[in-house]
Every structure is written in C-alpha cells, then in structure tokens.
Design a binder for this molecule. Sequence first.
Ligand code: COA
Length: 137
Amino acid sequence: VTYLTTHRVPTPVEHRELADVVGWAGSFRWDAMPASLAGSVCGVVVHDASGGLVTMGRVVGDGAFFFYVQDVAVHPDHRSRGLGRMVVQSLQQQIGERAAGEAFVGLFSTPEAVNLYDGQGFRSADGMTGMWQVLRP
Ligand SMILES: CC(C)(COP(=O)(O)OP(=O)(O)OC[C@H]1O[C@@H](n2cnc3c(N)ncnc32)[C@H](O)[C@@H]1OP(=O)(O)O)[C@@H](O)C(=O)NCCC(=O)NCCS
C-alpha cells in the first residue's frame, strides 16, 4: 500500500471523520474543534493512494518548550503497519524543528497506544501523576 504523508494539522472534517471511525464521537466538543485545531502547533495527516484519510496526529503547546501530542489515530483497516509509529516520529521531528533546544513532550495514552509511545521514547511519569478535569461553566 502506498501512503502519502503531509505535515499539516487535520481539518475539522478530517478530524471528525477519523474520530468517528476510532470511536471518539463523544470525546470532543465539536463546536470548539475548528478553533482547537487552528490553535495546534503542528500536525500530520496520511492518505492512501485513493485519497482516503488513514491517519492523523497533532501537537498542541507553547511552540517553544512545552508540547503535548494529541489525537493520534489510525484507521482500523490500516493498523499494525507502522503508521502510528510514523505519525509519532513525524510529530517528534516537527517539534524538534520548532524548539531551539531541549523540549518537554507530554501526552495521555490510551491503553492500546502505550507500546507505540514507549517504543518512541516516552515513559510513565516517575513520581508524577497525570491529572485532568473537564471544566464546566
Ligand atoms: C494505537 C494506534 C494509534 C496504533 O497504530 P498502529 O498504526 O497500529 O501502530 P504501529 O503499527 O505503528 O505500531 C507501533 C507499535 O505499537 C504496538 N501496538 C499497536 N497496536 C497495539 C495494540 N492494540 N496493543 C498493543 N500494542 C500495539 C505495535 O506492536 C508496535 O510496537 P512494536 O514496534 O514494538 O511492534 C491505533 O491502534 C489507533 O488508532 N487506536 C485507536 C485510537 C487510539 O487509541 N489512539 C491513541 C491515542 S493516545
């Protein structure tokens, strides 16, 4: 299979398409996503030869030192071919081009993606606990 990799943030339509396919339909506030995606630092999308979207990933953060990997998803028909690894490596490369030196890269991993991130150098926080909340008005 031939894949075409493009270094850009997914569009709202692309993001919604893959989110639906991987079961994240209830995970986002959809009216906020155009602005959320526009606020990304960088991203990557991968298409197959017929133009179908197969993979996406993006990075949010301050663009200088703190970067967080977000919304990495591979279409179920295209898994276990190294595409997830390719996305993470592309995002790491793009972060490297933006940071003037060392950069902190964080993420929250789904259980199935832990091996993927571990293989690309990410480790569970030692003595630290990832925490989050959804803030409601
Ligand atoms: C997790 C996901 C991105 C992996 O994509 P992929 O293209 O199949 O991954 P790759 O083929 O690049 O595999 C990379 C590594 O992850 C491992 N891996 C992939 N899927 C896995 C799974 N379901 N369970 C355990 N390990 C898995 C592979 O074994 C491989 O490790 P290896 O190089 O040591 O063999 C994909 O399954 C997915 O989109 N899942 C749903 C969305 C999701 O959970 N995204 C992560 C958000 S944090």
